[in-house]
Unconditional design. Structure first.
Length: 436
């Protein structure tokens, strides 16, 4: 399954792209969508040999586009010597088959392209299973007609079922069984992920999910802040699996940052459903870092798409810290002003030259320390490991030792350590001073 992902030929395939809008739509917007579809196709190693923007009153049941435009498409794709025709809009199974029969070329849609990219990029067991589930659900309704040529070859009497129909029934049953098996396996993995999350919650470690449009620089930001080496490439959907890293801020407070799968316009709903457990990182995080590529001409649309997906996930009401990345690639001050109107409190950063990263850390400290507490502590000398932990993980304002050897301090205690150091607090005692 998957036309493009299967190609291993040294000669690159050639794709002819088709975008549509209704009577009130803008063909300029269609061309923007086709430019992004071209990037998606290029990610799979396929060349774009031509494109067509079409205005339609309403989708045609047979070809999606009108029969006249379908004939034009047939001629244009043939002239461009295209191997495959790719629609930017979702096609129904019958529309796909009718177009293939007319154009004598493979016809797929944007959904299948994204599914192929996800299949190519999946690394962990969970991601592989999630993508396979989405692909099985996508191709299940497209089995009809796949073996009809066998029925025509066989013939048969009235009421007889041909070999093609038997093959379809067999394939459908196999695919449904596989879907059930994948859902069971993913259920086990989701339980394991839930246990991991509970472990984080028990530690009360503040968490932030890094979300944004694909290729906005999320993984690069994670690497830069935490000195890690998560895969980061200048490609759409370079990483699919959530990666969590610990960030120690300048005041020694800590936060867990989780890089999530990138969003995109017209993200197939099947993928949103399949990656629910991965995207739940955004739902369960204490706050969200929304990353935007300021150098991209469609930055406004990317912002709206990201907020739309967050809303679909039920995470749009969370505290969102907007971070506009790739400042080194956007010198136009007017463009920056327009982008800043999206989020007046946003930070402008560049992972490449370090612009704004110190300010970002300061903002993260303010966000994390919103739940921190300042405590006056007395820690007995036999708890040297806790004194060492206080020095390593918390911000100490004052400190000294009492006559009886206790370590006395006024310190800002990060949320995950409130339970531990609360037992040493002088909060409810009459003497709150640090004794000499």
């Amino acid at each position: 399954m998957g036309y493009i992902a299967k190609s291993t030929a040294p000669i690159r395939l050639k794709a002819f792209l088709v975008g549509c809008c209704d009577a009130n739509g803008s063909l300029a917007d269609v061309r923007e969508y086709l430019a992004e579809l071209g990037e998606l196709v290029d990610t799979l190693g396929v060349d774009v040999c031509g494109e067509m923007s079409i205005r339609i009153r309403e989708p045609n049941p047979k070809f999606y586009i009108g029969s006249g435009k379908a004939e034009e498409l047939k001629e244009a794709a043939a002239a461009a010597e295209a191997d495959v025709i790719i629609f930017d809009d979702p096609l129904g199974p019958s529309q796909q088959r009718n177009l293939e029969k007319l154009c004598r070329r493979k016809v797929i849609d944007r959904q299948e392209v994204i599914l192929d990219i996800f299949a190519d990029r999946a690394q962990t067991r969970e991601a592989v299973l999630q993508v396979e589930l989405a692909r099985c659900q996508y191709f299940l309704p497209r089995l009809t007609g796949a073996w009809s040529h066998l029925s025509r070859q066989r013939g048969g009497g009235t009421g007889a079922r041909g070999d093609g129909e038997k093959q379809i029934e067999y394939d459908r049953r196999q695919l449904k069984d596989r879907i059930a098996e994948l859902e069971r396996e993913l259920g086990v993995i989701r339980k394991q992920r839930s246990v991991q999350r509970k472990g984080r919650f028990r530690n009360n470690m503040p968490t932030a999910a890094i979300v944004g449009y694909t290729n906005a620089g999320k993984s690069t930001l994670l690497n830069t802040l935490t000195a890690s080496s998560v895969l980061a490439e200048d490609k759409l959907f370079a990483t699919l699996d959530p990666t969590t890293r610990r960030l120690v801020l300048p005041d020694n407070t800590e936060v867990l940052l989780t890089d999530t799968v990138g969003f995109i316009r017209k993200l197939p709903h099947a993928l949103v459903e399949a990656f629910k457990s991965t995207l739940e990182e955004a739902i369960l995080a204490d706050f969200i870092l929304l990353i935007l590529d300021v150098s991209n001409p469609q930055a406004h649309e990317h912002w709206e798409t990201t907020l739309s997906v967050l809303n679909e996930l039920g995470a749009a009401e969370k505290t969102i810290l907007a971070v506009f990345n790739k400042m080194d690639l956007q010198p136009d001050p007017l463009a920056l002003l327009r982008i800043k109107s999206l989020a007046p409190d946003a930070l402008f950063v560049s992972c490449k030259d370090g612009t704004g990263l110190d300010e970002l850390k300061e903002r993260l400290m303010r966000q994390v320390n919103g739940s921190a507490q300042i405590m006056t502590l007395q820690i007995p000398p036999e708890k040297a490991e806790h004194i060492a932990l206080l020095h390593a993980k918390c911000r100490i304002f004052e400190s000294n030792y009492s006559d009886d050897g206790k370590f006395c301090a006024v310190a800002k205690i990060a949320p995950q350590y409130l339970g531990l150091f609360g037992s040493y607090s002088l909060k409810n005692k009459q003497d709150h001073s640090i004794r000499s």
